[in-house]
Design a protein. Structure first.
Length: 114
């Protein structure tokens, strides 16, 4: 995690966002994404499980994709074949929260007040 922060620390136009999902008797997850000002994901790392000894794993599936595309992909996972809603895995929920945070934060920074 510190490698990611040190890589993008001095670069302008890159933002780090995180999302967490805690569950009582099931494994939780933490997601970290680095996004540029064009809403493109540069880095995506996830950790899940019960233990504090779990390590972050890089997910290349979302690297280079627009945040909106990732959110659409994660929302499609919410329904099963019958069209009923089901509970998302903790990783998907944490990624959704991080992506939503990124969209809201970057869009408010891009709005200029005259």
């Amino acid at each position: 995690m510190s490698e990611i922060v040190s890589t993008y620390r001095e670069k302008k136009g890159y933002y780090l966002f995180s999302g967490t999902e805690r569950r009582k008797f099931r494994p939780g997850a933490i997601a970290m994404i680095v996004v540029d000002s064009n809403y493109i994901i540069q880095e995506c790392h996830v950790v899940n499980g019960f233990s504090v000894f779990s390590k972050f794993k890089e997910i290349n599936k979302y690297k280079g994709q627009h945040i909106g595309t990732v959110l659409d992909d994660l929302q499609e996972c919410k329904t099963n074949q019958k069209g009923n809603y089901r509970r998302l895995p903790a990783i998907n929920t944490a990624l959704s929260k991080a992506a939503e945070n990124a969209l809201l934060s970057i869009s408010t920074k891009n709005i200029s007040i005259f």
